[in-house]
Design a protein around this ligand. Structure first.
Ligand SMILES: [Zn+2]
Length: 320
């Protein structure tokens, strides 16, 4: 493994901001079959990706020592691309509260954060044929391991997403807000990029991370990047969810949401998901509007009116 600092920026306080890329080169000196990059920590409070990268780097390190000829292609790992936010455990870049994953692409006003995102994007573009960008959810919602794909890119990305051992692939309609994300800009540049979302921020849930570790090894194997022989475990087939097959459940009033379910449950129509309580007011039972797979569930009890409580992947198109 070789480690390289792709960007170092001096700051007025503390040590410089540095982004490190770890590279596992192909065994032969000829062109690598495929160059795959794994990116984690764009949001500094999303720790699941760091854990997944740690597990994968452990495996790759052992493989390098025991079976170096397994590396047919090249693997790059960028395990902590927003180090300042990570130090403080915050989603946003701490000095200007900027979301680094909304600063990619041409349209952004110049800033230090935009400089960092530009350097990361350039480095990924020159070193990757395929990218996986790991995320966890925000403070409020627990997410079943899933890959989110913007509709324009579905043809190229679905076959790759199916290799990653996630529980579902959610096709999103295009929205302008995605245009400044890393995933969108790489896909626009014809570098297929999968955005994986799992669990919740500031926590590591092994049950939601370990299958993805297996899935990424499978992705590396199936794309010819690694040759792991027979040792690779079979991966589960994800549920493919079209935009109109998602039922959103929102809070009808403000209160404390007390969940009564876990994500991953197959719900029947009318099944109770939890309660919305407010001292002095009648308890409101929250029920599934239709049958389907519960893939998002509110974890943070403090709930404003209209806040999301759950998402359910349905079998038939859902109309509220
Ligand atoms: Zn994120």
């Amino acid at each position: 493994m070789q480690s390289q600092c792709i960007l170092s920026v001096q700051t007025p306080v503390g040590p410089p901001v540095e982004i490190i890329r770890h590279t596992y080169p192909a065994a032969q000196s000829t062109q690598p079959t495929k160059r795959v990059s794994l990116v984690a920590g764009l949001h500094g409070d999303e720790l699941a990706g760091l854990y997944i990268c740690h597990r994968l780097m452990e495996t790759l390190k052992n493989l390098e020592a025991q079976n170096p000829s397994a590396f047919k292609g090249e693997v790059h790992v960028y395990p902590a691309v927003n180090p300042h936010a990570l130090e403080t455990g915050t989603r946003l870049w701490p000095f200007f509260s900027a979301d680094i994953n909304r600063t990619f692409g041409e349209k952004n006003t110049p800033s230090l954060v935009a400089k960092i995102s530009a350097a990361l994007l350039d480095d990924l573009k020159s070193n990757s044929d395929l990218v996986v960008d790991f995320h966890a959810s925000n403070l409020h919602l627990m997410e079943l391991p899933q890959i989110r794909i913007i509709k324009n890119f579905e043809k190229k990305l679905i076959p790759l997403a199916k290799l990653c051992n996630v529980r579902l692939i959610w096709i999103h309609p295009h929205a302008e807000i995605f245009e400044s994300t890393l995933g969108y800009n790489l896909n626009q540049a014809n570098i297929p990029t999968l955005v994986i979302e799992t669990g919740i921020c500031l926590r590591i849930n092994k049950n939601y991370c370990d299958p993805i570790v297996q899935g990424i090894l499978n992705l590396l194997q199936q794309t010819g990047t690694l040759d792991l022989g027979e040792t690779i475990a079979e991966v589960a087939s994800p549920k493919l969810v079209q935009p109109d097959h998602v039922a959103m459940v929102h809070a009808r009033s403000a209160g404390l949401f007390v969940k009564q379910m876990q994500v991953g449950k197959m719900l029947t129509a009318g099944e109770k998901i939890g309660d919305l309580i407010d001292p002095g007011r009648a308890r409101e039972e929250v029920r599934a509007p239709c049958a389907g797979l519960l893939f998002t569930l509110r974890e943070h009890p403090l709930t404003g009116k209209g806040a999301p409580l759950a998402r359910i992947a349905t079998e038939k198109p859902f109309t509220p």
